[in-house]
Design a protein around this ligand. Structure first.
Ligand SMILES: C[S@@+](CC[C@H](N)C(=O)[O-])C[C@H]1O[C@@H](n2cnc3c(N)ncnc32)[C@H](O)[C@@H]1O
Ligand code: SF4
Length: 374
């Protein structure tokens, strides 16, 4: 049974030029939020039979979930979610700086939300300008202070650490703010130039330069070392936490567990099936919910490859003693010579119990994984 639920809330004040997540203008779609939540409730009820009695995680991602009036979340909890949560359920919401209204945090806490992920992106005002963020650095600081003062939430901070002019001084400033707010969890992303974004177009036209690859790696290593000194454990390529505050929602994805995704563009996985909703709010509202949209049946080989690809993103890698799918073990045994060679070159560790990447291997994750799966 599925124990992890994702809900996509696709409304944003303005599209950031680097962002590839599905979102629509809050201003233009504000009148349709009620309809959207009604649809999510119907979709939930359609797939309810796949869910376990209690969920381990619920994740409101976006878009900007914190823009939406609390009354819609109340409706969702009362009609669907309430019965599925207990003290252990991790309930996360993504939040953008400067979107918080009075009492919003208290009302979220009353519903059971216990983890907030703030898209800070940078603590350097010039970089916020580069990212075309709607908020200022002061807004970010105010939002983080409100969350910390409220005291009901674990705090994650998202940063994009390789905009064109990033350097060690700016990195140090970012790290100071992480410590100042003693974030429980930090996600550090390298800036990705997705083809459909206007950032990509600007780069193609030569208006924006990418940071040099080697320098990007130097910066990443600087962040990793500084976070380690402050007791942040790196537990996945891009994710760090203090005192074992791992993100249950993401861990489930890397452990290749099942999850149900609701809302426009949301992805689901159940056993050997994967499906995803249409990336268009109007079409989603009219979608036939009885049919799993864009469904694919994963072959035995797909299941093995995907489990390895995701599992090795974790620093702990894949525990060969725990894996349920024996095909994974068999596949890795068939690649023994390659794995031994990669181990000799310092990219991973492989023994009868475990396989996991070293920091050197993680730096060139895609190329090492390609060699394994080839
Ligand atoms: C669903 S997104 C957005 C969350 C929230 N709406 C916000 O902007 O603060 C989650 C995170 O993905 C990261 N992200 C989005 N686009 C990215 C890109 N092109 N390159 C690297 N990281 C990106 C950002 O750090 C962002 O906070
Ligand atoms: S980064 Fe966040 S705020 Fe910006 S467009 Fe994407 S989802 Fe919306």
């Amino acid at each position: 049974m599925i124990k992890h639920l994702y809900l996509h809330i696709p409304f944003c004040l303005r599209k950031c030029h680097y962002c590839d997540f599905y979102s629509v203008s809050y201003k233009n779609y504000q009148q349709r939020i009620a309809e959207y939540f009604k649809r999510i409730i119907t979709e939930f009820k359609t797939y309810q039979n796949l869910l376990a009695d209690k969920l381990e995680s619920i994740y409101f991602g976006g878009g900007t979930p914190s823009l939406v009036d609390i009354k819609y979340y109340k409706l969702l909890f009362e009609n669907c979610l309430e019965k599925y949560i207990n003290e252990q359920t991790e309930i996360s919401m993504e939040m953008n700086p400067a979107t918080l209204k009075a009492n919003y945090l208290d009302e979220l806490a009353a519903l059971g939300v216990n983890r907030i992920s703030v898209g800070c992106q940078s603590f350097n005002q010039d970089e916020l300008n580069f990212f075309q963020r709607v908020h200022s650095l002061t807004d970010t600081i105010n939002t983080l202070e409100m969350i910390k003062n409220n005291g009901n939430f674990l705090l994650n901070i998202d940063l994009i650490i390789s905009p064109p002019n990033h350097n060690f001084t700016r990195a140090k400033n970012n790290l100071n703010f992480i410590n100042k707010f003693s974030a429980d969890h930090v996600s550090l992303y390298l800036l990705t130039f997705y083809e459909e974004t206007s950032l990509y177009q600007s780069w193609q036209r030569g208006e924006i330069k990418k940071l040099d690859d080697d320098f990007e790696m130097d910066l990443l290593e600087y962040y990793i070392a500084a976070l380690a000194r402050n007791d942040y454990q790196r537990y996945e390529i891009s994710n760090f936490c203090k005192t074992s505050n791992y993100c249950k929602h993401n861990l489930n994805v890397w452990n290749y567990g099942d999850y149900l995704g609701l809302g426009a563009s949301a992805h689901s996985k159940y056993k050997s099936e994967r499906w995803h909703n249409i990336r268009n709010l109007d079409s989603y509202l009219n979608q036939n919910l009885k049919i799993k949209p864009n469904k694919i049946n994963l072959s035995a080989a797909d299941l093995v490859e995907e489990a390895i690809l995701l599992g090795l993103r974790k620093l702990s890698g894949i525990d060969l003693r725990l894996i349920m799918n024996r095909e994974i073990k068999k596949f890795l045994e068939s690649k023994k010579n390659k794995l031994v060679m990669l181990e000799k070159n310092g990219f991973l560790v492989y023994n009868s119990e475990k396989v996991y990447f070293t920091a050197k291997g993680l730096n060139i994750f895609n190329s090492v994984i390609e060699q394994i799966l080839d």
